[in-house]
Design a protein. Structure first.
Length: 433
């Protein structure tokens, strides 16, 4: 299976090339040339399959033999080693809990698969690889955890000092081994600029084998389609007839993955694209105008994106048609006050603790289901403990850390640095060559 660029000016590439390059040279995004429709026997048996078994059937056509089946099965089983349960919130609304992985957010799924797929090819090619990643917190934690101890791969994470949560910092700085954390005296944008400049630097790109673990990598996107199937499989036969997914969105990777699942034959009736004050995509859905803006800060900060990268994939899937897109997707935008009220209201009525991102998705569903029938599933993208200050204020009690997370006892190891590219380059050359 080849991958083409949404801009259409770069030549198509293999799965392996797409995941190593991350981005096509023309600055588009990679898309699979074909989205296969899975056979009806697969859907009939879905409720009897495990998460990893579903994962294998869904991902296999996109890898198309570039990783042998047995190895791919092993990679997927290892990637999806935690459950992704559907929990009932009220009569018509369920939460798909994507936060039972090691860093308590859905990004674990994509980061773990990307790490293992890159690890497989790196071992075969017998060439060392360096992953550079700039993070405002969540991506860095998921990437650090996903790539830890993958042979042949060094990971360099750049994060802005003082601007990530304690939990995120511990997850990036305590693993050691092949994970190096650079604590940059600057902002997230400074970190991102250093990484971009490194990729543009001829000397670095010729001497070091660099790649990024950015969220637009197809190996992060495709495994996210898997949990839509797994969620659907957990519903009753009657509920399965009329399913609406609500997706709290930032860069719209999760939503794009859901659209791919639907193309593969999963009978999803409608999608809700839910955002906070960063309403670029909902505005497009409402009025057909795509008008990217600088991001604004909110309490659902993993969705503070003003120019979402995966919008190009959404457009591509609907061949650029606004009309077609709005047939399947409705847009919503909510304020922080709405979000806070929803966390306390849902907790009071049902005892379910939403995180701020899930609360945004929940509001979209409540609104949609007030005038449409169906069963709603909201993607709960992060564990509420990751946003405990906001959540505890609303529910009036403590949110406990899940028992599988060990935090204390490990020593923070980070390398402080400034935002000068020359210093960063020197560091990379001395560390890696
Ligand atoms: C990354 C993230 C999102 C946004 O997901 P996209 O796929 O970029 O739309 C939502 N919630 C949480 C908790 C996240 O970490």
């Amino acid at each position: 299976m080849n991958y083409y660029s949404t801009k259409g000016t770069s030549a198509p590439v293999s799965f392996q090339q797409a995941i190593f390059k991350g981005l096509p040279g023309d600055n588009g995004l990679f898309m699979p040339e074909e989205i296969p429709v899975l056979p009806s026997s697969f859907f009939d048996n879905l409720s009897k399959l495990s998460l990893a078994e579903i994962g294998f059937e869904v991902i296999r056509p996109f890898v198309d033999g570039e990783i042998p089946d047995e190895k791919l099965k092993e990679i997927i089983t290892d990637t999806l080693s935690f459950d992704i349960p559907v929990k009932k919130i009220n009569e018509h609304i369920y939460a798909l809990e994507l936060f039972h992985g090691p860093t308590l957010a859905f990004k674990d799924v994509g980061a773990r698969f990307l790490a293992r797929a890159l690890g497989y090819f790196t071992a075969r090619n017998n060439k060392k690889l360096t992953v550079l990643v700039a993070t405002s917190g969540d991506t860095g934690s998921a990437v650090a955890n996903g790539f830890h101890n993958v042979p042949g791969i060094e990971v360099i994470i750049l994060y802005p000092t003082g601007k990530v949560s304690k939990f995120q910092e511990q997850q990036m700085t305590t693993l050691g081994g092949n994970i190096t954390a650079l604590e940059v005296d600057g902002t997230f944008d400074d970190c991102q600029k250093l990484v971009k400049d490194a990729f543009l630097d001829d000397e670095l790109s010729n001497s070091l084998n660099l790649t990024s673990a950015n969220s637009i990598n197809v190996a992060r996107l495709l495994p996210q389609s898997v949990y839509y199937f797994y969620a659907w499989a957990q519903l009753s036969d009657e509920e399965k007839q009329n399913v609406i997914f609500s997706i709290p969105s930032g860069n719209y990777g999760n939503l794009s993955a859901g659209l791919i699942a639907r193309r593969m034959g999963l009978p999803i009736k409608h999608f809700l694209a839910c955002s906070n004050a960063n309403d670029t995509v909902p505005m497009y859905l409402w009025n057909g105008k795509y008008d990217p803006k600088p991001s604004v800060s909110t309490i659902s900060n993993a969705m503070d994106v003003g120019n979402p990268s995966n919008f190009a994939r959404m457009l591509d899937l609907f061949k650029g048609s606004h009309l077609k897109m709005t047939e399947y997707i409705s847009g919503y935008s909510f304020s922080d006050d709405n979000t806070r009220n929803t966390i306390s209201k849902v907790y009071g009525l049902t005892g379910y603790v939403l995180d701020p991102h899930g609360a945004v998705g929940y509001m979209g569903l409540s609104d949609y289901l007030s005038s449409n029938s169906g069963t709603g599933i909201v993607l709960e993208t992060a564990h509420p403990v990751k946003f405990n200050e906001t959540v505890e204020e609303q529910i009036g009690s403590e949110v406990e850390m899940p028992t599988h997370i060990r935090l204390s006892g490990l020593e923070k190891k980070s390398i402080p640095c400034n935002s000068s590219f020359d210093d960063f380059k020197e560091f990379l050359i001395s560390k890696l060559s």
